[in-house]
Each structure stands twice: as structure tokens, then as C-alpha cells.
Design a protein around this ligand. Structure first.
Ligand SMILES: Cc1cc2nc3c(=O)[nH]c(=O)nc-3n(C[C@H](O)[C@H](O)[C@H](O)COP(=O)(O)OP(=O)(O)OC[C@H]3O[C@@H](n4cnc5c(N)ncnc54)[C@H](O)[C@@H]3O)c2cc1C
Length: 473
């Protein structure tokens, strides 16, 4: 038996069920990664994430080599051409059986169905596994048999059904028969416009597990208190590793639970809260799966289709460059432009400012984030933007609009984070750091605010009210 592991967003050897089962069932194994620059662009995946992907594939290649498995990267034009390219590669290599871990995106599911159809024609067996979630999306249902659309009852059901055996993680053996095929990653070329800072984002699963261990040992127990302060950096920063599957959510939950007596709701508050966040990730995957409209540029709440979003090129330009004149908003945007990552509190502040105060369409913000984040993940990003814009499931009520000045005073009281990312403000006294006074704009390069907070807040509330009225008539 000759097996092919098709790697997608599961770039690791630890807790990789497709890899584990391929090794169990086949003597000889090849791993493949199929890259499409066009598809990457169509999904707005960022350039920095692309480089991070390649850095990680290079390390994974070495780990797979130790298991007697060569890794080959091939190119395809898009998801449309992928089934044929994959199947012709498999046929050429005399593959009997293809293994993969499921992805749940709308286009990814369509692509996989097409691969299944094509593989039937050449008599290749397919085996699929789940590594991104504890429960297959759609499995957990409300008492009425519907998919969950609110997090708290979803989480309750998630815990009720949980069995500690779910966390068994088996180590893969070495493939029984070395193959003659040689690894080849030379097809992974791309035009680099952004560099990964490898000090912040070291590649490889060992680095990812070390990041996880360091967080759990030194920060997890105080996570509840420190998770909202961007300067403390009290979160794990494992999202880029989860997005490409360099680390599995199951590994995260297992390591977290080990420190908390295997308790989900009692024991240390910080660890419980942190595990909750991993479950939020699974929740948004369920939303994406159960409500395909969110993958098709549609809001979860239909009435919000009637919102009259504004469109100002100047405001967009200011926003995209972190020059709105609101320091906390700009520091978040600049963190993302610099590191490829933004603190969660800032993501919420920035997204709410964009969709409420600026009253711009959440889809533009969603796209901007995807194009710059190293941890870009469709369902979490879409969920986060739809939460912030009050168009989504379980989202902030439309009239609850963060005030960026108050948020700044609460979560960056000394302005240290702002000063770190906005050098123009480094000498500004603390009294002005959250809301610079007019004379500052003439003496520094920092811009004046692009809008009035009070007026823009009222404008947003009115726009949502109008949309409700339109949709109810
Ligand atoms: C507008 C907006 C856009 C977002 N876009 C993304 C995105 O593209 N990719 C992404 O991974 N997360 C996204 N998030 C969720 C969250 O901001 C990040 O997961 C988090 O900041 C990552 O940092 P961390 O690894 O230190 O998280 P930690 O606080 O250490 O949490 C651990 C893990 O739990 C998951 N998680 C945490 N918060 C959330 C959440 N609110 N929703 C879903 N999963 C969560 C992540 O996988 C994270 O790595 C977005 C949130 C908002 C409000």
C-alpha cells in the first residue's frame, strides 16, 4: 500500500490524525502540499503568512524526513484545478490511498468534494479526519436540533459531551518502507513584500510548543486579569501556529487542562478562560459550517443588509495607514502592519471604530485584516468582524459602541503601548496621550482626528435603527 498525506492547515507531526493513520495503514508514504498563489490572493491571505507558511514547511520537511516521508510541494492554478493536479500526481506516484484532515470553509469543502469525485475515477481511496475541532461541526445541536448560534449554550453542550479520551494523542511511528521519492519544496516561490520577524514568530512545531509551554507556565494563571492589556502581552500569541496547524487545538486544551486538574469550569480562572477562547475558535468554525452565507459575504443578521454604509476614500486611507488621529486605534493598526498580529482588545476597538464611528462596511475591514494578519483565519476573522459590527451571531448589540478614548484609558493607562507603535507621540505627556490636543497636530506629524466621536456614534445608532425599520416593512 502506498499512501499520500495531503497537508493543508495541519503542518505538524504532533496530533496529526491523517499522518498517524497513513503511517498505520500504508508501508510507503509521500506528503504533498499544494500551493496556489491565485487562490491565496482570492482568499486575501497575507504575504507575511505566506512567508511563515514556507518557513514552517521547510522545518516540517526535516521532521517528516525522520519518519521516512518526503514532502513535495506542487503548484496549482486554483481550487478549481486542484483536484485534477492532485489526482494526476497521485496516479503518477501509484498512490493507493490519500489521507487528509478536514477543513470546513465553504470553498474548501467544495474543493474536497471535487477531489473525492476525481479520485473515484482512478480508484484511489480517501480517508478524512478531524484535527481542528473536538466535535465535527454540526454535531453539537440545541435541544430543538438546530445548530448553535450563541456561544454560552454551545460551550455548555461542548463540556457536557466531553470525554477525556478525546485528548489521547498517539505519537506517529516511522513509515515502514523508505520511498525513492525525494523531498522538493522548490515550487513554493512567491514575491515577498513583508518579512516575518523570526524573533517573534519562530517557525516549526518545536517553537510553537515552546511558546505554548512558556505561556502556560508563566502567564496562563493570570490570563483573566492580563489578557486585555496590550502592553503586558498576557496572551499566548499562538494564533499564527493554530492558523496553519503547526499546533493543534487538542494539544492546547490538553496542556491547559493538565495545569488545572482536568477541570473546565473550576480551578484556576485564567486557564478556564483561556480554554474558553480555544472553544470560541471551534464555535466560529461551527457558525461557518452551519451558516454558509457568512462565507459568501453575507451578514449573519439579515436585517443588517439594509445598513447604508458610508464610503470615504480619505477616511479609508487614514485607517489603512494607522493615521485616524485616535492613538489607540492607530497603535493597533500599526502593530498589525509591523508584526502581522494585533492584540485581541485592539482588534475589537479597531473593528468597532471602523464599522460604527466610521460607519464603513465590515467586509472592507475583514479583508484588510486578512491581507495583513499572520494568523489570518477566515472563521475567527469573520466572527470577530461580525461581532464588532453587530451584524453577526452572538454579537455586541448595535448601540453598545466602544469609546476609543475610554478603552485607551482603561487598557493602556500609561500610554506605553501607544508610544511603542506611534513614535510621533513618544514625548506626549500622559494627560494627552489618549486624546492629543489640537496644538499637538501642528507640532508633530500625528494627524488630527478624522471624525467626531459623539456625532459618529449617534450616526451609527441611527443607521442601524433605519436598517431595522427598512427590513421590517
Ligand atoms: C475583528 C477581529 C478579527 C480577528 N481575526 C482573527 C484571525 O484572523 N485569526 C485568529 O486566529 N483570531 C482572530 N481574532 C480572534 C483573536 O483576536 C485572536 O485569536 C487572538 O488575538 C490571538 O492571540 P493569542 O494567540 O495570543 O490569543 P489567546 O488569548 O492566547 O487565545 C488562545 C487562542 O484562542 C483562540 N481565540 C482567542 N480569542 C478568540 C476569538 N475572539 N475568536 C476566536 N478564537 C479566539 C485563538 O486561536 C488564540 O490563539 C479576531 C478577533 C477580532 C475581534
Amino acid at each position: 500500500m502506498k499512501g499520500l498525506i495531503w497537508l493543508r492547515s495541519d503542518l505538524r507531526t504532533d496530533d496529526n490524525p491523517a499522518l498517524l493513520n497513513a503511517i498505520k495503514e500504508c508501508e510507503e508514504i509521500i506528503a504533498i502540499y499544494i500551493f496556489s498563489e491565485l487562490q491565496w490572493k482570492l482568499h486575501n491571505e497575507s504575504n507575511i503568512k505566506h512567508e511563515f507558511l514556507i518557513n514552517n514547511l521547510n522545518i516540517l520537511d526535516k521532521s517528516l524526513e525522520k519518519l521516512n516521508i518526503p514532502l513535495i510541494a506542487i503548484n496549482t492554478k486554483s481550487f478549481k484545478t486542484l483536484p485534477e493536479d492532485l489526482c494526476s500526481f497521485a496516479a503518477k506516484q501509484n498512490i493507493d490511498h490519500i489521507f487528509w484532515n478536514n477543513e470546513f470553509g465553504f470553498n474548501e469543502c467544495k474543493r474536497d468534494s471535487a477531489v473525492i469525485e476525481s479520485s473515484k475515477k482512478i480508484d484511489i481511496k480517501i480517508s478524512r479526519y478531524n484535527d481542528q475541532v473536538i466535535y465535527e461541526p454540526g454535531f453539537l445541536r440545541t435541544g430543538q436540533g438546530n445548530p448553535f448560534s450563541v456561544f454560552t449554550p454551545f460551550k455548555r453542550r461542548w463540556i457536557e459531551n466531553f470525554n477525556m479520551n478525546f485528548l489521547d494523542i498517539e505519537k506517529p511511528n516511522i513509515a515502514r518502507k523508505p520511498t525513492q521519492v525525494k523531498s522538493d519544496l522548490s515550487n513554493l516561490k512567491f514575491i515577498k513584500t513583508h518579512s516575518v520577524n523570526i524573533e517573534i514568530w519562530p517557525a516549526g512545531e518545536d517553537a510553537a510548543q515552546e511558546k505554548l509551554a512558556t505561556f502556560l507556565q508563566s502567564k496562563a494563571t493570570s490570563y483573566s486579569e492580563s489578557r486585555n492589556s496590550p502592553i503586558i502581552d498576557g496572551t499566548s500569541r499562538i494564533s499564527p501556529y493554530l492558523a496553519l496547524g503547526i499546533l493543534s487545538p487538542k494539544r492546547c486544551i490538553l496542556e491547559g487542562l493538565k495545569l488545572n486538574n482536568f477541570e473546565f469550569t473550576s480551578g484556576n480562572k485564567g486557564i478556564c478562560k483561556w480554554i474558553d477562547e480555544i472553544v470560541w475558535r471551534e464555535f466560529y468554525r461551527n457558525i461557518m459550517y452551519a451558516f454558509p452565507k457568512v462565507s459568501q459575504n453575507q451578514p449573519f443578521q439579515d436585517y443588517t443588509n439594509s445598513i447604508q454604509w458610508r464610503h470615504s476614500s480619505e477616511e479609508l486611507e487614514a485607517f489603512y495607514n494607522g493615521k485616524t488621529g485616535f492613538p489607540i486605534v492607530d497603535s493597533g493598526i500599526r502593530q498589525m502592519l509591523e508584526e502581522g498580529w494585533m492584540h485581541n482588545r485592539l482588534r475589537m476597538i479597531v473593528a468597532m471604530f471602523f464599522t460604527k464611528n466610521m460607519l464603513h462596511d465590515w467586509r472592507l475591514g475583514e479583508k484588510f485584516f486578512m491581507q495583513h494578519l499572520i494568523d489570518g483565519d477566515f472563521s475567527s476573522n469573520n466572527g470577530g468582524w461580525q461581532w464588532s459590527s453587530s451584524t453577526g451571531t452572538d454579537s455586541a448589540p448595535y448601540f453598545r459602541i466602544f469609546n476609543p478614548i475610554t478603552q485607551s484609558q482603561n487598557f493602556d493607562p500609561n500610554g506605553e503601548f501607544i508610544k511603542k507603535f506611534i513614535p510621533e507621540l513618544k514625548d506626549v505627556p500622559i494627560g494627552q496621550i489618549h486624546q492629543p490636543k489640537d496644538d499637538l497636530f501642528s507640532s508633530t506629524d500625528y494627524p488630527a482626528p478624522i471624525l467626531d466621536l459623539k456625532e459618529s456614534r449617534l450616526r451609527a445608532i441611527q443607521a442601524f435603527k433605519d436598517a431595522r425599520e427598512v427590513s421590517s416593512t
